[in-house]
Ligand binder design. Structure first.
Ligand SMILES: C[S@@+](CC[C@H](N)C(=O)[O-])C[C@H]1O[C@@H](n2cnc3c(N)ncnc32)[C@H](O)[C@@H]1O
Length: 370
C-alpha cells in the first residue's frame, strides 16, 4: 500500500486478515507463556494510531483487547508488558488517547503494563539492547510484531539481536511489492542491503520469472531468519484486491509450540474464505489453502521426503509442521497412506489399530517408490 499522509487510513481486507492472525496468535501466546514466565513482552514496533478511518481497531488495541481477557487469571496479571513504538507525533498521541479511553472504560486494562514510545523502531531497539547489555539482563520471552509501511529503518542486526535471546518470536511484514518495484533505485538499494543484512537480495530479485522471483525472495528471507537464530520460519502471502502479492508475512520462532499456534491461527483465518489472502509455503512449492486443502500435495511431500526411511511419528509431525503449509496430517493423510500400503508401522504393539497414530515414538516405514 502507499504510505498515507493522514494520521488514520482505511483498513484493507488483507490487513484485516493480518489482524485476525495477530489476534488469534496472541490468544494462544499470552496465556501459554504468561502462565509459565515471570514476565512476557509484546513489542508492536510500528504501532500506528490504534484505529482506522472506519473505526476498526489497530494492532495495539487488538493486542490490548486480547490481553484484557486474561487479566485476573493466575500469573498473567502485571507480567505482560506491552511496548508500542510509533515515531509520528500525531499517531502516537492518538494511540495514547485510545489506550486512555480503554482504561477509562474498563479498569482491568490498568493491570496491563502498556507503554507508548514516540521513537523510530531502530533507535528504540538500540536503546533496548544497550540497556539489557548494561544491566546484563535477559530479554523476557518476547513477541515482536514488525509492521512497517516501507522498507527503510529495518536493520537485519535487530533480528539477530532479538533471536539471540531465548523464547523470542517475530511476525514481520515484508513490503514485497514495493521492494520489487523500486529495487533498481540506488536510494532504495541501501535499505534492501540493511533489511537483508547484505547484498544477497540482488540475486533473488534478479530472477526473471515473476513467480520464481517471489519464491527466491521468500526462500532467501526465510534462510536469513534461520541464520539470525529462528528455529522455524513460516512465510505467508497477502494479496491485494487485484490478486497481486502486496506483502509477505514471515513468522520466526524458536518454539515448536509457537509454530503450531501460528499455523492454527493461519488456518482459521484462511478457512473463513473471506479474505483475498493466500498462504504459501515455499520449501516445496506454493500451495493455496482453501476450504478444501489439497492433501494430495501433502502426500507427495511426505513420500518425497521420507521414501525408504524408517522414522518415528514425532519426526513426521515436525516435518509437517515446519516444512509444509499443513496442520493436520494423521486422519487426513497418514491413514490413507497406510491403507494403500505406502506406510507400515514397524513392530507395532498388538493393540494398535491400523489408521491410528497416537504414539509419537511409534516407528513408521515409508515404502520407496517401485
Ligand atoms: C503499517 S502502519 C502500522 C499499522 C499497525 N501495526 C496496525 O496494524 O494497526 C506503520 C506505522 O509505522 C510508523 N512508522 C514509520 N516509520 C517508522 C519507524 N522508523 N519506526 C517505527 N514506526 C514507524 C508509521 O507512522 C505508521 O503508523
Amino acid at each position: 500500500m502507499t504510505k498515507p499522509r493522514e494520521p488514520l487510513w482505511e483498513l484493507e481486507p488483507h490487513t484485516a486478515a493480518k489482524h485476525e492472525i495477530l489476534r488469534r496468535y496472541l490468544k494462544g501466546w499470552i496465556p501459554k507463556l504468561g502462565s509459565r514466565n515471570r514476565r512476557i513482552v509484546y513489542i508492536d514496533a510500528f504501532a500506528g494510531p490504534g484505529r482506522y478511518t472506519g473505526g476498526e481497531d489497530g494492532s495495539p488495541i487488538i493486542a490490548l483487547k486480547v490481553a484484557r481477557d486474561y487479566v485476573g487469571r493466575p500469573l498473567v496479571d502485571q507480567q505482560l508488558k506491552m511496548l508500542f513504538i510509533e515515531p509520528d507525533r500525531e499517531r502516537n498521541e492518538r494511540l495514547k488517547s485510545e489506550i486512555t479511553a480503554l482504561r477509562a472504560s474498563d479498569l482491568a486494562y490498568s493491570a496491563i503494563g502498556a507503554v507508548t514510545l514516540q521513537a523510530e523502531y531502530a533507535a528504540a531497539m538500540e536503546s533496548l539492547w544497550a540497556s539489557l547489555e548494561a544491566s546484563r539482563s535477559m530479554l523476557a520471552p518476547t513477541f515482536a510484531f514488525v509492521d512497517p509501511f516501507g522498507v527503510s529503518g529495518l536493520p537485519y542486526e535487530h533480528l539477530v539481536k532479538l533471536f539471540h535471546y531465548p523464547k523470542t518470536e517475530l511476525l514481520i511484514n515484508m513490503m514485497y511489492e514495493e521492494m520489487n518495484r523500486f529495487r533498481g533505485t540506488a536510494e532504495f538499494q541501501k535499505h534492501l542491503d540493511s533489511f537483508f543484512g547484505g547484498p544477497s537480495w540482488k540475486a533473488a530479485f534478479a530472477v526473471a520469472d515473476r513467480n520464481e522471483r517471489r519464491r527466491a525472495v521468500i526462500d532467501l528471507f526465510k534462510r536469513r531468519l534461520l541464520e539470525a537464530g529462528a528455529k522455524y520460519v513460516q512465510a505467508f502471502e497477502m494479496r491485494n484486491d487485484r490478486n497481486q502479492t502486496d506483502y509477505l508475512l514471515f513468522f520466526g520462532t524458536q518454539s515448536e509450540v509457537g509454530l503450531e499456534v501460528m499455523k492454527q491461527a493461519m488456518w482459521k483465518v484462511d478457512s473463513s474464505g473471506a479474505f483475498t489472502f493466500s498462504d504459501h509455503t515455499y520449501s516445496k512449492g506454493p500451495m493455496l489453502i482453501g476450504p478444501q486443502p489439497d492433501y494430495g500435495l501433502l502426500r507427495r511431500q511426505l513420500l518425497e521426503r521420507f521414501a525408504g526411511e524408517v522414522v518415528p511419528l514425532s519426526e513426521i509431525r515436525i516435518f509437517v509442521l515446519a516444512e509444509t503449509s499443513f496442520l493436520r496430517y494423521k486422519g487426513e493423510c497418514l491413514k490413507l497412506l497406510e491403507s494403500e500400503g505406502w506406510l507400515d508401522a514397524v513392530d507395532p504393539p498388538p493393540n494398535r489399530r491400523k489408521g491410528t497414530f497416537a504414539d509419537q515414538k511409534q516407528l513408521f516405514k515409508f515404502i520407496a517408490k517401485p
